[in-house]
Design a protein around this ligand. Structure first.
Ligand code: PLP
Length: 500
């Protein structure tokens, strides 16, 4: 219901501030997923002012709002320059990484309308956005197991999976879950041999890896990659790579709502453009999934990229990487923990080393109790349960604070002992079939988990039900569930959260 009485500007804003105070912190480097903090004090205000200056403009019609056209072309040009695009390269600004990945799949499908049953071949570590693309666009997702130790895509197995229905091969630079760069050149060669397109998902690494490859001022040519510890070549300059996605709202430290999808040339982009003149209104012309597009995120990103500049980004990338290496070494030195794979960029996945006698999800809870937020990742194929850390420039110089907190959290988890799971809850979940899950069954699961929304002790403004302080038991249950059951349970849970 719309409130009857008007509320003053300051009062409304005070209410917003109060609501926001319950959120995870977006600055200070203590939230190691979802948010990206450059540590540069002025960026927030710059982005906010630029956002405000263009938020009422509509990217739906670039002829009516040429400023947005200019700014988008500037952002795409910046990305092309950073990411190895040739003279024919083009791009599109989207609302985020998922939309960029969706459009890459859509364009590849549209480029091969002759294939009745199109498929996309992905490493099993690929971002879930590609599953969403398959789901939305009727493209089969063929996933290929990655190397069980390095978690990198396997080009030989990929070659075996590519067939006449393959419209696209995907590799990550790096993968979200383990932060490792797939062998892009080999994958692109496989795709090229079969006439398929090749997309590089550099959503999270695209604004960092080029600077790490460049290295310090005296860096020299790093084309060989690994020899000097630098990441391998991964961008549009690799023969066979036809598109690449990079999120500005990640390591370009822009306000949320902007990613760029680059294509080797206009021919590769055409398939995600949509036009309809078949109605009495304006001819709808959309380069992305959106139609009305706020000018706010574009302007904010444009302002931030201009302000930080190439030198600024080089420093931010090297800082984030230095922090990552320090944190990686510190975590690996903690008894009972190990880092998965050999992370190439600024993401870490930390798992248990053997059976050290404590629970990893309890470590996450203990970290949260100390004001540090890491992201539990559930077991998948060869990847064991682990904690994800997205490290940013703001963590540089404060690595020891995090490592001390992890050490304390591990000690507390040891003292707490193993997670005990309620036997009733375990039996209940064990008996569920994800494909026939009913609302009643889900209500029973919630009640057994102590999350009964009807119990009325629910809650904080914005939270229809109170989440438990400690998530270890729930995470342990979810980790034991099949991916399909986990999807169903969490989707039901989401539906419960989004109730007015
Ligand atoms: C974050 C991410 C995405 C999805 O981006 P959103 O902006 O969250 O939609 C896709 N791929 C990778 C590798 C990512 O890290």
């Amino acid at each position: 219901m719309i409130p009857g009485a008007t509320l003053g500007v300051e009062e409304v804003l005070a209410e917003l501030t109060r609501l926001r105070s319950g959120d995870a912190p977006t600055h200070g480097g203590r939230t190691l997923a979802y948010v990206y903090d450059s540590g540069l004090a002025e960026l927030d205000e710059l982005a906010a002012r630029a956002h405000a200056a263009a938020v009422s403009a509509n990217g739906l019609d670039p002829t009516a709002f040429p400023s947005l056209l200019r700014m988008e072309n500037d952002l795409v040009a910046a990305a092309i320059g950073l990411l190895g695009g040739g003279p024919d390269a083009v791009g599109t600004a989207t609302s985020g990484g998922t939309e960029s990945c969706l459009l890459a799949v859509l364009a590849a499908r549209e480029g091969r309308r002759d294939i009745a049953d199109p498929s996309v071949v992905v490493p099993s570590t690929v971002h879930a956005a590609f599953r969403k693309a398959g789901h939305l666009f009727g493209v089969r997702v063929v996933d290929v197991p990655v190397d069980p130790v390095t978690f990198r895509a396997d080009p030989v197995a990929t070659a075996a999976a590519v067939d006449d229905t393959t419209v696209l091969v995907v590799g990550s630079a790096p993968s979200y879950a383990h932060g490792v760069v797939d062998p892009i050149a080999e994958l692109a060669a496989v795709a090229g041999d079969r006439g398929a397109r090749m997309h590089v998902d550099a959503c999270i690494g695209g604004w960092v890896l080029p600077y790490l490859r460049r290295g310090d001022a005296d860096g020299g040519d790093a084309d060989g990659g690994d020899a000097d510890g630098r990441p391998p070549v991964f961008d549009l300059s690799v023969p066979g790579v036809t598109s690449l996605s990079v999120d500005l709202h990640k390591y370009a430290y822009c306000a949320k709502g902007v990613s760029v999808l680059l294509h080797a040339g206009p021919e590769q982009r055409r398939g995600h453009y949509f036009a309809s003149a078949d109605w009495p209104g304006y001819t709808m012309l959309n380069p992305t999934l959106q139609s009305t597009r706020s000018g706010g995120p574009i302007a904010a990103a444009w302002a931030v990229v201009r302000h930080v500049g190439d030198d600024g980004y080089a420093q931010l990338a090297l800082s984030a990487r230095a922090a990552t290496e320090r944190i990686r070494d510190g975590l690996a030195a903690i008894d009972g923990l190990r880092v998965l794979g050999d992370p190439d960029a600024t993401l870490l996945a930390v798992a248990l080393d053997g059976e050290p006698g404590f629970d990893l999800f309890t470590v996450a809870d203990e970290l949260a109790a100390r004001g540090w937020h890491v992201q539990p990742q559930f077991p998948h194929r060869s990847s064991p349960a682990n904690l994800h850390l997205t490290v940013t420039a703001s963590n540089r110089g404060h690595e020891d604070a995090l490592l001390t907190a992890v050490q304390e959290a591990v000690s507390a988890a040891r003292a707490a002992g193993p997670v005990t799971i309620d036997a009733d809850l375990e039996a209940l979940i064990g008996a569920l079939d994800p494909d026939t899950l009913t609302e009643q069954q889900f209500a029973g699961v919630l009640a057994a988990a102590g999350l009964d929304p009807a119990s009325g002790d629910g809650a904080e403004p914005g939270h229809p039900l109170r989440l438990p302080e400690r998530m270890a038991e729930i995470n342990t249950m979810l980790a034991a569930a099949s991916p399909r059951l986990r999807e169903r349970l969490l989707a039901e849970f989401l539906g419960l959260l989004y109730r007015p």
